[in-house]
Design a protein around this ligand. Structure first.
Ligand SMILES: [Zn+2]
Length: 158
């Protein structure tokens, strides 16, 4: 058994009138993420953590935002394709830990369905997926509601 760790971080700008997707779940919010894809900052950070652990570069390399194929794409498809890439390289997922940093709305009511969605795609138990939330105490761009940040760590076995 060879364990490999990877980390991922992603940022997106928030604007009014866009659906907010986090962890594959649509969140009731005035603002959503501006992006080439559906802007699911949490799934993007998890993809980067998985790709990093497997030594497969990053999400921008695997799924370029200049490619029309990925325009407005559901990020669950990107996570599924990332999972296929790491599986093809001989890795399986041990666990995921992640944190979403945004001022509002509170995402606690959505965390169970995010974990269920992520675990389902990665073929692991929901107890092996952790999603946490924090704010920056009204400081900086996240505090002003201008953007959202997600950070993830993935442990692979391969
Ligand atoms: Zn992103």
């Amino acid at each position: 058994m060879k364990l490999r760790i990877g980390q991922g971080i992603d940022f997106h700008r928030l604007e009014n009138g866009i659906t907010l997707w986090l962890g594959g779940v649509s969140i009731a919010s005035e603002k959503g993420c501006v992006a080439h894809s559906d802007g699911d900052v949490l799934l993007h950070a998890i993809c980067d953590a998985l790709l990093g652990a497997a030594g497969l570069s990053d999400i921008g390399h695997q799924f370029p935002d200049t490619d029309q194929e990925f325009k407005n794409i559901d990020s669950k498809i990107l996570l599924r394709r990332t999972f296929e890439l790491i599986t093809k390289s001989g890795f399986s997922v041990v666990n995921i830990d992640s944190t979403v940093c945004l001022e509002k709305p509170k995402i606690a009511p959505y965390i169970a369905s995010m974990k269920e969605t992520i675990a389902g795609i990665l073929g692991i138990d929901q107890s092996d997926v952790s999603v946490k939330a924090t704010t920056t105490e009204k400081m900086g761009f996240t505090g002003r509601g201008e953007g959202v940040v997600a950070i993830a760590v993935a442990l692979l076995n391969g």
